[in-house]
Design a protein around this ligand. Structure first.
Ligand SMILES: O=C(O)CCC(=O)C(=O)O
Length: 290
C-alpha cells in the first residue's frame, strides 16, 4: 500500500517545556492544507450524520446549539484518515515524551452561528476509562476561534493530583437535550469531589486563554480543568474536533458508573483495572509509534 510521506510536526523544545509546566500550549501551523481539508470535511460529515452518540447542548435560555458527538472518526472516513495519518498521535507522543500514542476518545464540538453556549468547566478524566499522567488532548478547530470561545484551561491543574467528579458546584450554564438521561445515570465515580465553580470565581484561578486559527493545534494535558465562554451572538460557527491520546503507561480504570468505552471495545474480554494501555492496542488503537 502506498502511504503518504508526512513530515514530522514542527514542535520546539520550548513548546514541550511549556506543556509540561503549564499543562497547555498552542502549536502554530502544524496542520498542512491536506489535513485541514480532512478536518473540515470530517467535522461537517459528523455534524450532518449524527448518530445515537451525539447530544445537543443549548444555553440555559434554550438558544444556541452545540452538537457534541462521540467517536466521529468511526463514521467519518475523513476523520478516520486524519486520526490514522499519525500526525495527531505523534504530536501527543512528543508532548508526553513517549514512543507511542493510543486513541482513548475523539469528539466533535460543533457550535452553530448565533448565540454560543459556553462549555461548562470540567475535567475529562472522570468520564474516561483511564487514569494517569500520560494523556493529551489535541484540539483542532476548523474556524478562527477567539480566546473567549476557545477552550480555556486552569494553568497547572494537571499537577493538582486530583480526579474530580463528573458533577460540579456550579449551576449549569447550559441545557442538554439528554439532561434527564444523564442525570438518571450515574456517570463516573460518585465519591469524587465536585468540580469547583470556576466561572463564578475566575479571579481565584489562573486561566490560560488562546486565540486559535485553523492549522493550529491546542494541546492540553488530559487532567486539566477546562471550559469555554459563550457569547450572545457570533456570526461564525465554532467547529472543533478533539482527540484524547494516551501513552503506553496510562492505566485502565473502571468506574462504578458510566464512562466512555474504549474506542475499540473490549474484544478480548473485560480489561483488568490498572492494566497499562500498551497491553490493549485492540481496545485503544495505536495512532503513532516511533
Ligand atoms: O470545544 C469545546 O468547547 C469543548 C472541548 C472539550 O471540553 C474538550 O476538548 O475536552
Amino acid at each position: 500500500m502506498l502511504r503518504r510521506v508526512r513530515s514530522p510536526p514542527a514542535i520546539r523544545e520550548e513548546d514541550i517545556a511549556a506543556y509540561k509546566r503549564d499543562g497547555a500550549v498552542v502549536l502554530r501551523g502544524v496542520l498542512d492544507a491536506g489535513t485541514l481539508a480532512l478536518l473540515e470535511a470530517g467535522v461537517e460529515a459528523a455534524y450532518s450524520t449524527r448518530d445515537h452518540r451525539h447530544s445537543i447542548v443549548r444555553t440555559a435560555d434554550g438558544t444556541g446549539e452545540t452538537i457534541v458527538g462521540q467517536y466521529p472518526s468511526q463514521s467519518s472516513p475523513s476523520l478516520a484518515a486524519l486520526v490514522g495519518s499519525g500526525l495527531p498521535g505523534e504530536i501527543a507522543a512528543r508532548m508526553m515524551g513517549t514512543q507511542s500514542a493510543q486513541l482513548v476518545l475523539d469528539q466533535i464540538f460543533y457550535k452553530s452561528p448565533g448565540p454560543i453556549a459556553p462549555t461548562p468547566w470540567h475535567q475529562d478524566t472522570p468520564f474516561l476509562r483511564v487514569r494517569g499522567e500520560q494523556m493529551v488532548r489535541v484540539w483542532l478547530c476548523c474556524d478562527p476561534s477567539p480566546a473567549d470561545l476557545t477552550v480555556q484551561v486552569v494553568r497547572g491543574s494537571h499537577r493538582w493530583n486530583v480526579v474530580y467528579n463528573t458533577r460540579t458546584m456550579a449551576t449549569s450554564p447550559v441545557l442538554s437535550e439528554r439532561k434527564d438521561e444523564f442525570e438518571a445515570a450515574q456517570l463516573g465515580d460518585a465519591f469524587l469531589p465536585l468540580v469547583p465553580d470556576i466561572a463564578a470565581n475566575k479571579d481565584s484561578f489562573d486561566i490560560m486563554r488562546f486565540d486559535v486559527e485553523p492549522g493550529d493545534a491546542l494541546i492540553f494535558q488530559g487532567n486539566m480543568l477546562h471550559g469555554a465562554d459563550g457569547r450572545d451572538w457570533y456570526d461564525h460557527a465554532r467547529r472543533a474536533f478533539a482527540m484524547l491520546w494516551g501513552g503506553p503507561e496510562l492505566r485502565h480504570h473502571r468506574s462504578e458508573g458510566k464512562t466512555f468505552p474504549p474506542p475499540g471495545g473490549e474484544p478480548d474480554g473485560p480489561i483488568p483495572d490498572g492494566d497499562p494501555l500498551r497491553l490493549h492496542p485492540a481496545s485503544f488503537p495505536v495512532g503513532w509509534s516511533a
